[in-house]
Design a protein around this ligand. Structure first.
Ligand code: ADP
Ligand code: MG
Length: 463
């Protein structure tokens, strides 16, 4: 269903950045090519994997970033002092070419809502690089929106701090932060045309007519809205309205974009299309973006890096690939990936984890780590549905009784159960269509060597 009830009140993002920090949004050098996130000013908050990721980013970008910070203004410099890997669009003569640095840093930032005991966001430590697309993901109620609203200035920060670049914005009002936000309910003004909707915030800022016109037309071109500029919202499809909401944020030329589940009003097909559009738009604009979703597929397909939260606590932040390959704990392992990883807590032997008659081998170090601190003779082992094979009964697999087969066309998901210590445990295996079993069959499942994930049985931490 599309949202047909437009409130007459101004959109909820009216508080944000009506006047930029400069009284106008600085015209910046634009990026036309895909841009790698640069190194955050202080990488000490990143985990070792995060550092490695950033370490791989070209040194020239880093030098450029450092040079930009070294200028008296703190954020701009007129000429790159080092060769840049960024591709900068031609800027009309006479206009100063500027780079806008916009890293975002959460430094042990917490939010405890009045009348509650448990923090909604608990000591969040997170560094977001300039130009990076960072996705905050986690189940409903884990604190994603609160984290975003703390950055926007719509929610108090009760402890810790938040920085944009090296500017402490912890207690600045929203409009002083130079950010633009797209909400789930992106209410457009119903009585205004698409053009007027996009121009509205700039008008309030008293931007010149010609500048407004330039920005609106530029955003309309980017969003393929040129032919709809004179339409009212009610004459637009859901996807087009969503793009107008994006356009309203883009024309502000903010330092940082914040998006809170902006696709949730769209139907499934449009959501997939639009997520591709948003990702490529972000790459084109190169504006640091924090994007919130509860959908792990959206997170994995859109983000340069993905931050997984649970109960207000950041669990892991890393590239989609690294999250998938080396989840740092049981929660992340189970949350990322579909169908979910098979994760079971089983008896620990000298050789490894014992799944009834099947042994999943562990290294000596893993066995020792599993024994430490309350491991209690158990170990938690996980393997992804695609990381195992169906083998013949003599090859040491685990017997699984098939309950359901999902034929996906290209391959198939086989769901079933196996008895572990007298309890039926569920398993899912992805298999080739040609070897697809039938319901009621018993198949023998064997995880591929070296493809299992091992976690401490009590702490859930990866070992
Ligand atoms: N205004 C509020 N007052 C009290 N508790 C709130 C308020 N807003 C959110 N919460 C609680 O804070 C937690 C995080 O909420 P939220 O950030 O909205 O989660 P998410 O966006 O991840 O679904 C939830 O437990 C929620 O119930
Ligand atoms: Mg939310």
């Amino acid at each position: 269903m599309q949202n047909v009830n437009f409130p007459t009140a101004p959109p909820t993002d009216r508080h944000l950045g009506l006047r930029g920090r400069w009284g106008f949004a600085p015209r910046r050098a634009r990026v036309t090519g895909m841009r790698m996130p640069s190194v955050p000013p202080d990488a000490s908050h990143l985990g070792s994997v995060g550092k490695a990721v950033y370490g791989a980013v070209t040194r020239t970008t880093f030098r450029l970033a450092s040079a930009a910070r070294a200028t008296p203004a703190g954020r701009h410099h007129t000429a790159p002092v080092a060769p840049s890997t960024r591709i900068v669009r031609h800027v009309p003569a006479g206009e100063r070419k500027r780079f806008t640095m916009a890293t975002v840093t959460y430094a042990k930032a917490s939010r405890i809502y009045p009348g509650t005991e448990r923090p909604a966001v608990n000591q969040l430590d997170l560094q977001i690089g300039d130009g990076e697309f960072l996705v905050l993901v986690g189940p409903s109620g884990c604190g994603k929106s609160t984290s975003l609203r703390m950055l926007a200035g719509l929610e108090d920060v009760d402890d810790g701090a938040i920085y944009i670049d090296d500017r402490d914005v912890t207690h600045l009002p929203p409009k002083a932060r130079d950010i633009a936000m797209v909400f789930q309910n992106y209410a457009l003004y119903p009585h205004m045309t698409v053009y007027e909707n996009m121009a509205f915030a700039l008008k309030l800022r008293k931007t010149s007519k010609s500048e407004i016109d330039r920005r609106v037309k530029e955003a309309a071109a980017l969003l393929q809205l040129e032919e709809y500029l004179s339409r009212k919202p009610k004459a637009l499809s859901g996807g087009q309205r969503q793009r107008v909401a994006m356009g309203r944020a883009i024309v502000r030329e903010p330092q940082v974009f914040l998006m809170d589940e902006p696709l949730s009003n769209l139907d499934a097909k449009l959501r997939v299309q639009t997520r591709t559009q948003i990702a490529s738009l972000q790459a084109k604009l190169g504006i640091t973006t924090v994007y919130v979703t509860h959908d792990q597929v959206e997170a994995m397909t859109m983000g340069h890096r993905v931050a997984v939260m649970l109960d207000g606590v950041l669990q892991q932040v890393d590239t989609p690939r690294a999250l998938y390959d080396t989840p740092s704990n049981v929660f992340v392992a189970g949350f990322i990936g579909s169908p979910a990883m098979n994760i079971k807590t089983v008896p620990l032997t000298e050789q490894g984890g014992s799944f009834a008659d099947m042994n999943i081998p562990l290294t000596r170090e893993q066995v020792e780590a599993a024994r430490a601190e309350g491991g209690d003779g158990k170990v938690t082992v996980g393997f992804r549905p695609e990381d195992c094979d169906l083998v013949s009964p003599t090859e040491g697999g685990m017997p699984v009784v098939v309950e359901l087969v999902e034929d996906l066309g290209s391959d198939a998901n086989v769901y079933g159960h196996a008895a572990l210590e007298g309890v039926n445990e569920r398993f899912v295996v992805r298999t080739d269509r040609r070897t697809m079993p039938n319901m009621g069959d018993t198949v023998f499942v064997k995880p591929r060597t070296g493809q299992s994930h091992v976690f401490h049985a009590a702490t859930g931490q990866r070992i």
